[in-house]
Design a protein around this ligand. Sequence first.
Ligand SMILES: [Zn+2]
Ligand SMILES: [Zn+2]
Length: 276
Amino acid sequence: MKVTVLGSGSTGNAVLISSDTTNVLVDAGLSAREILRRLSEVGVASDKLDAILITHEHGDHAGGLRVLLSQVGCPVFMSGATEDAYYSNRKIDAKGNGEGIKRRDALKGRTADIVSDQEFRIGDIDFEPFSLPHDAADNFGFVAKHHGTKIATAMDLGHFTPLIKEKLLGCDVIVVESNHSRDMLRTCSVYSWELKQRIAAKTGHLSNEDLADWLTDGFDGSARHIVLTHLSQRANDPHLARITAESALKMRSPLFRAETTITISAPKSPTPWIYL
Ligand SMILES: [Zn+2]
Ligand SMILES: [Zn+2]
């Protein structure tokens, strides 16, 4: 199995998980054009996409989906609550057509339901969905399993729950949110007080410091690679996110040292493939 983060940040998220024969896109938050361009950049033809998984309905995770579906023929896996929330978009275009109706038409007959804790299979990859605490209808992380190897994705979570910590045990690669520095969020002059409250909430976004606490005390050390995602462009800095995570790994008890490489994802370009 292998994984690349095609792009990540508040402007859009998409992750590609592949085996030799199966390609699964987790989230379509970049524009359809960008997703297709980046798929070709990492060497995957768009007609080789086997499924799209949507974690939740927010624009930075599902905003490119409708147009992408006119270019690719694969099914979309999402929960019923996420699907309803996705259709409830009230945008109206210049011709008076509602975005919600266009979305419903685009997804007609192409969705498969995700239910918490019920595994499903796409090609030769098994997916285990698990709930993430976030201010969306029904947000999910996934553990992708193939021939005994595991890749986990967990983006848009306000905090680590016992369930998340358990799901990340034994994973070989973990793609996880490192959204903001608490200090940079507090002092950021561009965000309103309300937005800061939303981001910092238990159902908001994970801070560098929250991630660091988990890396020191909750992480089992099994993952050789951890990819930091969803970095805020205003309340974070890629170097700071990396240093915070790497320092946290060094703080681990000497008995539980982890040989883990930290990779930082970017909004505008894919990470190199990480191979298992
Ligand atoms: Zn979100
Ligand atoms: Zn997001």
